[in-house]
Write a protein that binds this ligand. Structure first.
Ligand SMILES: *Cc1c(COP(=O)(O)O)cnc(C)c1O
Length: 365
């Protein structure tokens, strides 16, 4: 469905030569500080920290905010979102999504807040921004921390404002399947500069200095090989983004009038992430989502039924009261309709046309 963005090997080899000369492999070397600088500019946020992967970054974000009790979150996400809450010793409370955006419905979030709630963990799913204004207002009103899983939202802007500038902390996954990546990796942007110290301790075993271990930390460090790869990927990112924009436009044009096949797109004023190409297979289509999925498989076209199963129906969390499907009708409905189509810069016009042919035929049959 996607293809990792590979930089020029020769540019990576040059970075590797730098690393070899320095003899410095990890623990915040030059590559890491260079990458942090680049991310500051790209994500337009003064406070940036890097991690070995996005899941650890999210876990440590929750720990650094010293949360307790319950965290209101979405069931329509990758399991790492819910797992991070669980690993931080907190209880996930699922609230329903807005059927149009796939992101948390602010009214459902507010209804889920109890005296034990300490935070909201929302996801900009498929890079479509959450209702950041409404969620910000709810967090403020109830004195809650607001964390965004922005794993799908690298480079997204809302009305010219960088997505990572909303809420207390945002997490960007830099996994190879994400548009910008370091093979494995993660980054946090955060509003309060004083969080930097605890985040640093938490990602390095809590070690403050030779004599003091100040916190129960973990090993969450990004190494120099990862950071160097990220610097090289950054050099080819704009080119890839432009190629993907062409692919997305072709999908949109071809699918515009296909009954029951609707491209899920961010609203006006949003700079899209170009990371996923989600379409909804609705009731007006003759074939349902699974039939479309299987039809593509038969033609060796890989699509993905994200996010299936919902996090509220997977084994570790299905027993929670908030996980009951009756309370999550929009999530249950959307989960059965979404298909993420192939999207990467290497796709040719003919490839996009072949994918669309399956959708057109399935819709009419
Ligand atoms: C990819 C992803 C993560 C996990 O990130 P890793 O870097 O793979 O640990 C978390 N949340 C969402 C929504 C993701 O898509």
């Amino acid at each position: 469905m996607t293809r990792p963005l590979l930089p020029n090997l020769s540019s990576y080899v040059l970075k590797l030569e730098e690393i070899w000369k320095s003899g410095w492999m990890t623990n915040g070397g030059k590559q890491n500080s260079d990458l942090v600088e680049v991310l500051r500019t790209r994500l337009r946020c003064a406070n940036v920290a890097t991690f070995n992967n996005g899941t650890t970054a999210l876990l440590l974000a929750l720990r650094a905010l010293r949360l307790r009790g319950e965290v209101v979150t979405t069931p329509f996400t990758f399991p790492a979102t819910t797992h991070a809450i669980d690993w931080a010793g907190l209880t996930p409370v699922f609230a329903d999504i807005d059927a149009r955006t796939g992101c948390l419905d602010p009214a459902a979030v507010e209804a889920a807040v109890t005296k034990d709630t300490s935070a909201i963990l929302a996801v900009h799913v498929f890079g479509i921004p959450c209702d950041v204004e409404a969620l910000g207002a709810i967090a403020k009103k109830h004195g809650l921390k607001l964390i965004y899983d922005a794993a799908h939202a690298f480079g997204v802007e809302v009305g010219g404002r960088a997505i990572g500038s909303y809420g207390d902390i945002s997490m960007f996954s830099l996994h190879a399947t994400k548009l910008f990546h370091t093979a494995e990796g993660g980054a946090l942007t955060f509003r309060d500069a004083s969080l930097a110290k605890d985040l640093h301790l938490l990602h390095n075993f809590g070690i403050a200095d030779e004599d003091h271990v100040a916190m129960s930390g973990i090993n969450g460090k990004m190494n120099e090989l990862q950071a160097a790869l990220g610097l090289c990927v950054m050099e080819v990112l704009d080119e890839e983004y432009a190629k993907r924009a062409t692919v997305v436009k072709r999908y949109r044009d071809q699918l515009r009038n296909v009954p029951g096949v609707e491209c899920m797109l961010p609203g006006p004023g949003v700079r899209p992430s170009m990371q996923y190409m989600p379409v909804r297979i609705g009731p007006e289509s003759h074939s349902d989502r699974d039939a479309m999925f299987n039809g593509m498989r038969q033609q060796n076209i890989m699509s993905r039924r994200y996010f299936r199963p919902l996090c509220s129906s997977i084994e570790p969390y299905a027993h929670l009261p908030s996980a009951a499907p009756q309370g999550l009708p929009n999530a249950v409905g959307l989960e059965k309709e979404i298909l993420c189509l192939p999207l990467h810069g290497g796709l040719k016009d003919e490839d996009v046309d072949r994918v669309c042919e399956v959708l057109v035929a399935g819709s009419a049959k």
